[in-house]
Design a protein around this ligand. Structure first.
Ligand code: HEC
Length: 113
């Protein structure tokens, strides 16, 4: 019985964590719309062509680099071989993205493999 309850606790915990992750990804999709990322980026053929498509971004970039792109796009732009015409940094600077929304965006982008 002891082992059974330990298993149940584990299952409930893992299930809860998966649920929380799904909720984060959904919140990330919502933030992607709120902050109009699709003005410049495409996902599955929808969106603008001012920047690279984000399909497969989680395969292309490390989680750390994705985070840097969101939190400090100017620093990442500075590393590009050519300066983009439409800067992500200037466009997102005035927007008040909350820490929770950054985390949610990261979770969402991490699903784009
Ligand atoms: C004004 C246009 C613009 C907007 C709006 C914008 N970006 Fe960007 N983004 C860029 C440009 C330009 C680059 C760098 C060059 C490239 O990847 O095409 C870039 C790069 C990125 C990268 C790295 C991509 C790679 O393949 O290296 C990620 C991730 C990213 N943006 C996510 C986002 C998210 C999430 C949002 C919304 C919160 C957003 N961007 C909004 C223009 C924009």
């Amino acid at each position: 019985m002891k082992r059974f309850s330990a298993v149940m606790v584990f299952v409930m915990f893992a299930g809860g964590a998966a649920f929380a992750q799904d909720a984060k990804v959904e919140a990330g999709k919502a933030a992607y719309t709120t902050y109009k990322c699709a003005t410049c980026h495409q996902i599955k053929g929808t969106g603008g062509k001012l920047a690279s498509a984000l399909d497969g971004v989680a395969t292309k970039l490390s989680a750390a680099d994705i985070k840097k792109w969101l939190i400090d796009p100017a620093a990442m732009e500075a590393k590009l071989p050519t300066k983009p015409k439409m800067l992500m940094s200037t466009n997102l600077k005035t927007k008040k993205i909350t820490p929770a929304e950054f985390e949610a965006l990261e979770a969402y982008l991490a699903t784009l493999k």
